[in-house]
Design a binder for this molecule. Structure first.
Ligand code: Q46
Ligand code: ZN
Ligand code: ZN
Length: 308
């Protein structure tokens, strides 16, 4: 029988070893610790307050559902948003929607569902097809940003929260550093402030947690999340970056944590100059009314016009 790990805090059987924090925790202490780390990120980076209303973007995966669960436990005022992108491969979108709906019902939480086909007439797959050379993920990213902004604006939310964990952020950081993408580096942060009264701020409260920690949290809390990945996620360069980072982490626990937090410290100290591209004056899209720097139609409405 393998050597039994003991919780650093109470001596009970530990379910997770986190060498980067020199901690082994039992189920109960893991839940408390992970929730505390989320609260710490909210406070340290000034993400939002208890008087504000937060729209949580949920995909059905472990991270976003763990995030919603934690914010609910922490007594924040939240509503969920699920965007059904119309990805039919193994019924990915519908299966995910069911998981999110069940999660919300069990907890008495309010969930908004936007079905791309019903509301906008096309799935993201169809929209990407209509675009010459359009990679589905870039079309999908644009569509998700647009719907999140629009729902937050219409529902008068103060912030949009997403379930990005530390592994997600550090993978993006590595790739942006390899290419010295100054513009992206200057904007990579747990909080993206609002740049227009009709655009809510964007926040990432899970940035202090490793993916394996959010996964363990979701398991211990018995959250029924979808393990199936989006079929288009395969081959994304961020997956390769994650693999490399995990190799570094195994050799030297804490590498990911230090790389990311060190970056944020440098950024806060002003070493990563904000390469603010001059944001032109924003005006209302002539079709949907959402703020845009473009003349006439916003990027989403232009994409949709090409599709139809
Ligand atoms: S962007 Fe691409 Fe994701 Fe959209 S198409 Fe799937 S993998 S869901 S985060
Ligand atoms: Zn314990
Ligand atoms: Zn528009």
């Amino acid at each position: 029988m393998p050597h039994m790990m003991k919780c650093t805090q109470c001596g009970a059987t530990a379910v997770l070893n986190m060498p980067q924090h020199r901690l082994k925790l039992c189920a109960e202490h893991l839940v408390a610790w992970a929730t505390k780390m989320t609260q710490k990120a909210i406070d340290r980076y000034g993400l939002f307050t208890r008087d504000e209303r937060i729209l949580v973007a949920v995909s059905g995966g472990k991270d976003s559902l763990a995030l919603w669960d934690m914010l609910h436990q922490l007594d924040y005022t939240t509503e969920g948003l699920y965007i059904n992108l119309g990805i039919d491969h193994e019924a990915y979108s519908d299966v995910s929607q069911c998981a999110v709906q069940q999660f919300a019902e069990e907890r008495g939480l309010l969930l908004h569902v936007v079905n791309m086909r019903d509301v906008y007439g096309h799935s993201v797959v169809e929209a990407a097809r209509g675009r010459r050379g359009g990679r589905i993920c870039s079309v999908c990213g644009l569509v998700k940003r647009y719907i999140m902004n629009r729902m937050a604006n219409e529902g008068e939310f103060d912030a949009i929260a997403t379930g990005h964990n530390l592994d997600d952020e550090v993978a993006v950081l590595l790739m942006n550093t390899l290419h010295w993408e100054q513009r992206y580096l200057s904007r990579q942060a747990p909080l993206l402030p609002s740049i227009h009264p009709r655009l809510a701020r964007k926040v990432k409260p899970l940035v202090l947690l490793y993916e394996r920690e959010t996964a363990a949290y979701a398991l211990v809390r018995q959250i029924d999340y979808v393990t199936q990945e989006c079929p288009y996620a395969e081959g994304a360069s961020s997956i390769f970056a994650k693999r490399i980072l995990n190799q570094l982490e195994r050799r030297s626990p804490g590498t990911k944590y230090q790389f990311y937090l060190g970056f944020l410290r440098l950024r806060e100290a002003g070493y990563i100059a904000a390469a603010e591209q001059p944001v032109g004056p924003m005006q209302a899209c002539t079709q949907c009314g959402q703020p845009t720097t473009a003349d006439g139609l916003c990027a989403f409405c232009r994409l949709w016009k090409e599709t139809t």
